[in-house]
Design a protein around this ligand. Structure first.
Ligand code: DGL
Length: 271
C-alpha cells in the first residue's frame, strides 16, 4: 500500500506548483500527475461540468493504482471534493482546507482576502470554511479570471500582468486585509507581482505549500519506497509520472521551470 504512488490532478499546468512542493517535502514518494490540459479552464464552467471532469480525472488516477489523490485545483476542490471522497475508496484531499488553516494561522486581524476563479469564488467555500473555524473572520473575495490565461501563457511578470493584477486587487484597497489566500493553483506563479502591489503588510497564502505540508503529515517522510529507490527523485527511473490530456509545448517548458529537474517523458492520458 505505502509504495503505491500519490495521484495529483489539476485542470492544467497550475497544479505543478503542488507537485513541486510535494516533491520537495516528500522526495521519496512516487507521484503521478494529471493535467487536464484539453479542458482547462475549469474555473468558468458549471458545477455539474466541474464535477464530471473531476470524477474522470480521479478515475484515471485510480487506474494508475494510486493510494491517495491530491486535488491540486481549487475549482475542483470547491465543487467536487465531498462527492469524490464518497465515490472513491482511498483518501482524497482538497486544496482548500490547508489554505484556510494556514490563513487563520497567519492572520492577526482576521480580515482575510481570497482570490480565485469565478467558480471558486461563486461557491463561497473559502468564506464558509474560514467562518466555520473562526466566526470572527471576515472575508473579501475577488475572482481573477484573467490570471489563469496569463500564467498558461507564461506571462508571469510583465506590464500587462501587472496592469491586470492592479485592476483586480484594487478591490482590496478599503478592506484592511492582512492575509490573502491565493485560491487558485496558478496564482503562486504571480506571487511576485501580487506581493509588490499589496505590499509587505499582506501575507500571501500559497495553497501549494499548505497542501504539501498536509501530505507530509498524512504520509510522512521516507520509508514508502523500497530501499534502493530511496534517494532517487529523478534519473534512470523516476518515481514521477506526468500525464496530460492534450499536448502543448508550453506545458513542457513551464513544467521544467517549476520542477527544476529533468522531466520524465510526458504521456497522453485518455480519460
Ligand atoms: N486549477 C484551477 C484552480 O485552481 C485554475 C484553472 C482553471 O480554471 O481550471 O482553480
Amino acid at each position: 500500500m505505502s509504495s503505491k504512488p500519490i495521484g495529483i490532478f489539476d485542470s492544467g499546468v497550475g497544479g505543478l506548483t503542488v507537485l513541486a512542493a510535494t516533491r520537495r517535502l516528500l522526495p521519496n514518494e512516487s507521484l503521478v500527475y494529471l493535467g487536464d490540459t484539453a479542458r482547462v479552464p475549469y474555473g468558468n464552467k458549471s458545477a455539474e461540468t466541474i464535477l464530471k471532469y473531476s470524477e474522470e480525472c480521479c478515475a484515471f488516477l485510480a487506474s494508475k493504482n494510486v493510494k491517495a489523490i491530491v486535488i491540486a485545483c481549487n475549482t475542483a476542490s470547491a465543487h467536487a471534493l465531498p462527492y469524490l471522497q464518497h465515490r472513491f475508496h482511498f483518501p482524497i484531499i482538497g486544496v482548500i482546507e490547508p489554505g484556510v488553516e494556514e490563513a487563520l494561522r497567519v492572520s492577526k486581524n482576521r480580515h482575510i482576502g481570497l482570490i480565485g476563479t469565478e467558480a471558486t469564488v461563486r461557491s463561497e467555500i473559502y468564506a464558509k470554511e474560514l467562518k466555520k473555524r473562526d466566526s470572527l473572520a471576515t472575508v473579501s473575495s475577488q475572482a481573477c479570471p484573467l490570471f489563469v490565461p496569463l500564467v498558461e501563457e507564461d506571462w508571469l511578470d510583465n506590464e500587462i500582468t501587472r496592469a491586470v493584477a492592479q485592476k483586480y486587487l484594487t478591490s482590496f484597497g478599503e478592506s484592511n486585509i492582512d492575509t490573502l489566500i491565493l485560491g487558485c493553483t496558478h496564482y503562486p506563479l504571480l506571487k511576485k507581482v501580487i506581493g509588490e502591489l499589496l505590499g509587505p503588510q499582506v501575507s500571501l497564502i500559497d495553497s501549494a505549500e499548505a497542501i504539501a505540508r498536509k501530505c507530509l503529515t498524512l504520509f510522512g517522510e521516507g520509508a514508502s519506497l523500497p530501499a534502493g529507490r530511496q534517494a532517487k527523485v529523478s534519473g534512470s527511473f523516476s518515481p514521477l509520472e506526468i500525464y496530460i490530456t492534450d499536448f502543448s509545448s508550453r506545458f513542457e517548458s513551464i513544467a521544467k521551470r517549476f520542477l527544476e529537474t529533468t522531466l520524465p517523458p510526458i504521456k497522453k492520458a485518455v480519460l
